[in-house]
Design a protein around this ligand. Structure first.
Ligand SMILES: [Fe+2]
Length: 183
């Protein structure tokens, strides 16, 4: 189930937990983060290729594209058997920002985005059907867990917009990991 756990900057104790998607969206909107849920136009096999995935969500992709004018839309998948899963998990596990906004739609699987904004940490555990947009310049990190499993549509407006600009903070280590949040 999709959920939002809110923490303060000072403590790793959960301040508030929200599971209703409309409430998650409303709360995240207050920090400029877009959250919504999409339904596939047609049934999609778990091993569906990029073209089939993009076709299944064509209407929602088109709506979002009219709003933002993406230059690239692609599909990325990672499974627990991937030999580089630890390195890939580590890549965005520390606090960073991007020059471009980070937009992800979960076709399958899950992952947690941690948004550091307004004196709080908003840990959004996304599942199948969730779209999240992290604004450019918003400090955040992402945890796919020790046994990652997800298939995501990625949206880009700038080449290399996904490159992480790391803050050097160790704040990410002080909050529950994806494994702990979903245990
Ligand atoms: Fe990121």
């Amino acid at each position: 189930m999709s959920r939002l756990n809110v923490f303060t900057e000072q403590s790793s104790a959960i301040l508030e937990q929200i599971t209703a998607p409309a409430q998650i969206a409303e709360r995240l909107q207050s920090i400029g983060v877009q959250f919504e849920q999409w339904q596939a136009n047609q049934p999609l096999a778990t091993d569906a290729d990029q073209a089939a995935v993009l076709a299944a969500y064509a209407d929602d992709i088109e709506t979002l594209n009219r709003q933002y004018g993406f230059t690239t839309v692609d599909v990325v998948a990672l499974g627990p058997d991937h030999p580089q899963k630890a390195e890939m998990r580590a890549k965005f596990l520390s606090e960073h920002t991007h020059a471009d906004f980070e937009v992800r739609f979960f076709v399958d699987g899950s992952g947690s985005f941690y948004l550091h904004s307004n004196g709080h940490i908003y840990a959004v555990t996304c599942e199948k059907g969730d779209l999240i947009s992290v604004p450019a310049g918003t400090t955040h990190w992402f945890d796919m867990g020790s046994s990652p499993s997800f298939k995501c549509i990625r949206f880009f407006t700038t080449p290399d917009g996904w490159v992480g600009d790391f803050t050097g903070s160790d704040i990410a280590e002080r909050y529950p990991s994806f494994d702990q949040l979903t245990a």
